[in-house]
Design a protein around this ligand. Structure first.
Ligand code: ATR
Length: 278
């Protein structure tokens, strides 16, 4: 549709200025010699549909979508990929040549790629996975782990009903557990993932005893401010392999860049260092 060589994409959120995605995508545009810009798009919830529908006229290739718009975008798009449909949320929109909007969820890809990179020894068949939290991120991660072949996924949430809704949507291999059970369900686990905001800057640390967690288990905290959360510090101190949250952010961005601009960007050590320093 666009005759212009200037490529445009962005991230829609409310608020959005904290997003680290502009830094990453603008660097990739530069590395690949593409003229363009990736901009923060502060869009209030009641303007999401109007903003999305304006993308083709503005010659945007598409955009990322972040909190609180991920569920809404999955409803609005003209086409939705099977993962986004199952998860019930989209984090990427691509403008097609006919001006229609396709929605994708790349969070599950980001999670599993980051896990495999950070814990190369982890195998889906190794044992149960414990997920703390039952929000949008947890749904993407449950989807990823189920696709990877994990046969026992234990979802623990402060609000039990939310975990129960999640297991209704994801079925057989997923179970819901009360927050009070969070230490006990670690027994025999091969993977622990924190998707709650506990441990984030300005939030209380996660209150969890790791005593029941096998030392061979991988501990993945998707919080990335700070990179080394109290949970990761405690896990590494007792010998568990730890995976930080930056990898998920970096790895979900690659398929988005490819969707918009037709190029698979590299995640070089320089890119990671730049994002760590940011
Ligand atoms: P995201 O899209 O990042 O998953 P979310 O949908 O707001 O964000 O989900 C946040 C998760 O963190 C939820 O599971 C939430 O628990 P509730 O469903 O009970 O709200 C969890 N969470 C937030 N603060 C928490 C706290 N102080 N203790 C335990 N869990 C917490």
């Amino acid at each position: 549709m666009s005759q212009d060589k200037f490529r445009l994409a962005g991230v829609m959120g409310w608020p959005v200025m904290h997003s680290r995605s502009p830094r990453l995508h603008n660097k990739w545009l530069q590395i690949h010699g593409l003229a363009g810009a990736y901009v923060p798009l502060a869009i209030a919830p009641d303007r999401v549909e109007a903003a999305l529908r304006a993308l083709p006229a503005l010659n945007f290739s598409g955009c990322n979508v972040t909190i609180p718009h991920k569920e809404e975008v999955a409803r609005i798009a003209d086409w939705i990929d099977p993962a986004a449909k199952a998860i019930g949320a989209a984090n990427c929109v691509a403008v097609q040549t006919d001006g229609s909007l396709s929605a994708f969820n790349h969070d599950h890809i980001g999670f599993i790629e980051a896990l495999r990179e950070g814990a190369p020894g982890w195998r889906a068949g190794q044992g149960p996975a414990v997920i703390l939290g039952a929000g949008g991120a947890a749904r993407a991660i449950v989807y990823a782990l189920r696709e990877a072949g994990v046969s026992d996924i234990r979802v623990v949430n402060r609000t039990l009903e939310r975990a129960e809704t999640l297991i209704e949507d994801f079925g057989n291999n997923v179970s819901a557990h009360a927050w009070e059970q969070r230490a006990d369900v670690l027994t025999g686990a091969a993977l622990l993932v924190n998707t709650t905001s506990n441990g984030m800057v300005g939030q209380p640390p996660l209150d969890l005893s790791l005593d029941a967690l096998p030392r061979g288990a991988v501990v993945n905290d998707i919080v990335y401010t700070p990179l080394e959360t109290p949970l990761l510090v405690a896990a590494r101190a007792r010998g568990n392999v730890g995976v930080d949250g930056l990898g998920m952010l970096l790895h979900q961005a690659r398929p988005a860049f490819h969707e918009w601009f037709g190029i698979w960007p590299e995640l070089t050590p320089e890119i990671r260092a730049m994002m760590e320093a940011d």
